[in-house]
Design a binder for this molecule. Structure first.
Ligand SMILES: [Zn+2]
Ligand SMILES: [Zn+2]
Length: 114
């Protein structure tokens, strides 16, 4: 369901459930939520917590990118941004931590709202 939505789509579990119901009207939210968790564990789907967004957002697994959230309309889009590996290595070494994941979210005003 998330894969069908295509790259660049960012949907909450509730929005994915809505779509699933249009294909399978009797499908329950718990079923959809369970399969999302399963897909997430298998690596097919990324789960992102966007600041300012009440629910986690799911998207098809893609290359490293950052997110932009419009504070006016709430639109979320992908930004082609990732920290250089050397910066991550330096941060790990300086702070004695292991960085597994980088989650970067920018906020501001989108082109449509500006
Ligand atoms: Zn906007
Ligand atoms: Zn994304």
């Amino acid at each position: 369901m998330v894969e069908e939505a295509g790259p660049g789509s960012h949907l909450t579990a509730a929005q994915i459930w809505e779509r699933a119901r249009s294909l399978q009207p009797r499908i329950g939210f718990a079923t959809v939520h369970r399969s999302l968790i399963r897909l997430h564990e298998l690596g097919g789907v990324l789960k992102i917590d966007v600041p300012g967004e009440a629910s986690a957002i799911y998207e098809p697994a893609a290359g490293p990118h950052a997110h932009f959230r419009c504070t006016r309309c709430g639109a979320i889009r992908d930004l082609d941004f990732a920290l250089p590996p050397a910066t991550l290595q330096r941060l790990s070494a300086e702070h004695g931590v292991t960085i597994d994941r980088e989650i970067v979210t920018f906020s501001g005003t989108c082109a449509a709202c500006r």
